[in-house]
Design a protein around this ligand. Structure first.
Ligand code: PHB
Length: 360
């Protein structure tokens, strides 16, 4: 019987166990949107995870939507990330980078001078973002023109190339949590006509073009994708999530990707939103590759889910923030550290690199 602690080959990447550190925004980037020494230490401490999915990282200056998030567009950022990947590899860990474009979830003060956020739509999101002025409403976006899409895809391709140059084992395309790619996927946001709007096929086009570009650049076996069919966060659900994400998974199935990563329910919230059923097992049945699930897993549910074959990998978010040696604690059945929720976003070492590990 397979357990959470067994190794697995995930595309081109060999993992020591099936416990994944989920991508987690921590807003501790230093000048130039680079990971600094504290970030090197933070990931080094968590390198016993079978896989670390490093935090969402903007693919271009225009892709950024929150203060102090580390990017992957500049040579300086590539050099800074090399210290992170080297530290994780020295501990025997594996690490991929989450490629992020926030779309309309941004504020002009975070973008290059004169730019506004871009999206599938020009409708403003009912959402706030964290800026140097604190939490403020996001700016009104402009809708990308169809003839701007090739340059956007090129930004993803370059970011993937940069991630490999930075020493990452691969990348995860962020198609979840109502950011840019999901702003194209969902009919609750995407009000376009033309090749990227209207039908499910058209709304899925951007995701598939990005995926093919990234996989073409670095290899499908180093490319994963994250989806969140039932997360509302900054946008309503699609009118038919089961049909939309069923089509998405069907299209991704033959591409030979490293993995698919699916958030169940509301990201960081309830796994089973009231009155909003979703059949995740149906997606899994349609997907032949490595299947990663996330959201609110504890030890018992993770062990059971892998033992039952309902997932190959389980991603943990908050448990990995509070407990750097989560793999050992899960193995031993030891209690986890308490999360300091007031230290999640921004600040320094406190609530970042100062969580204790078990002695011995
Ligand atoms: C956040 O900064 O709140 C955030 C970032 C990326 C996500 C979700 C939330 O995927």
């Amino acid at each position: 019987m397979t357990t959470l602690f067994d190794p697995i080959q995930m595309g081109d990447i060999a993992l020591a166990n099936r416990i994944v550190m989920a991508p987690l925004t921590r807003n501790r980037a230093i000048e130039g949107n680079k990971p600094g020494p504290l970030t090197v230490e933070y990931y080094r401490q968590r390198a016993t995870a079978g896989l670390i999915v490093a935090e969402a990282s903007p693919i271009s200056p225009t892709a950024q939507g929150y203060l102090d998030t580390p990017g992957i567009w500049s040579a300086e950022q590539v050099t800074a990330w090399q210290a992170v990947t080297k530290a994780v590899h020295a501990e025997g860990g594996k690490i991929v980078l989450q490629l992020w474009h926030v779309g309309r979830i941004s504020h002009t003060s975070l973008l290059p001078a004169g730019e506004v956020p871009v999206s599938s739509t020009d409708k403003v999101a009912d959402a706030s973002t964290f800026t140097s002025e604190g939490f403020i409403p996001v700016s009104k976006p402009r809708a990308l023109r169809d003839d701007e899409i090739p340059a956007l895809i090129e930004d993803y391709r370059k970011a993937a190339r940069n991630a490999i140059a930075a020493g990452f084992d691969g990348v995860e395309i962020h198609a979840a949590n109502t950011y840019l790619i999901e702003q194209f996927l969902r009919d609750s946001v995407n009000d376009r006509s033309g090749p990227y709007g209207g039908s499910i096929e058209n709304r899925t086009r951007l995701l598939l073009e990005v995926t093919r570009a990234v996989a073409g650049e670095i290899g499908a076996g180093r490319t994963g994708i994250r989806l969140s069919p039932m997360t509302t966060f900054t946008a309503p659900l699609d009118s038919n999530p089961q049909a939309l994400y069923g089509y998405v998974v069907e299209q991704l199935a033959p591409l030979g990707l490293a993995y698919l990563h699916v958030i169940e329910g509301e990201t960081g919230g309830t796994r089973t939103p009231e009155g909003k059923p979703f059949d995740y097992a149906a997606l899994h049945r349609a997907y032949p590759g490595v299947w990663m699930l996330n959201n609110g897993y504890d030890r018992d549910l993770a062990l059971q889910t892998v033992a039952d074959g309902k997932a190959d990998l389980i991603a943990f978010g908050r448990p990995f923030i509070s407990t750097p040696d989560l793999v050992r604690r899960l193995r031993d059945g030891a209690p986890l550290n308490e999360l300091r929720a007031d230290k999640l976003y921004g600040g320094g070492a406190e609530g970042y690199t100062d969580y204790p590990t078990l002695a011995g």
